[in-house]
Design a protein around this ligand. Structure first.
Ligand code: IDP
Ligand code: MG
Length: 138
């Protein structure tokens, strides 16, 4: 069965939206198979966001992701990678479709990094790699 790595980012945790995000994942019909809250350190985030190293928003992104606790989870189901990316909406919350997590719950905060509540793996290759980073025991 396909799996994806989902993060509720520090903005989502601070705004008490963990339950809202989990509810949308479960209501869609995906199963949560692992879940934990953690404070990510720099090394873990540099690994997780390796593809973005060198981009102008990389440092702000790492700082933002270290700014408070996050919730990491693995969701499972047929086509869950694609399905959760649809639930999350596009990266920019201003233009993310209403009905999506980012479209409904986030907006432009005028920060160097886009704060958009959630992360979701974008491919099978990414989900394998990211699940290994956050849940090496799986
Ligand atoms: P995704 O989270 O929708 O997959 P990515 O392109 O993988 O988007 O970027 C990772 C994260 O970096 C985004 O969720 C967002 O928080 C931030 N980000 C991406 N592009 C930009 C940008 O152009 N400016 C500021 N922050 C960005
Ligand atoms: Mg991405």
């Amino acid at each position: 069965m396909e799996r994806t790595l989902i993060l509720v980012k520090p903005d989502g945790v601070k705004r008490n939206l963990v339950g809202e995000v989990l509810a949308r994942i479960e209501a869609k019909g995906y199963s949560i198979v692992a879940l934990k809250m953690l404070k990510a350190d720099r090394a873990l985030l540099v690994r997780h966001y390796a593809e973005h190293e060198g981009k102008p928003f990389f440092e702000p992104l790492v700082e933002f992701m270290m700014s408070g606790p996050i919730v990491a989870l693995v969701a499972e189901g047929n086509r869950v990678i694609e399905g959760f990316r649809k639930l999350a909406g596009t990266t920019d919350p201003t233009t993310a479709e209403p009905g999506t997590i980012r479209g409904d719950l986030a907006r432009d905060q005028g920060t160097k990094v886009v704060q958009n509540i959630v992360h979701g793996s974008d491919s099978l290759e990414s989900s394998d790699r990211e699940i290994q980073i956050f849940f090496p025991e799986l």
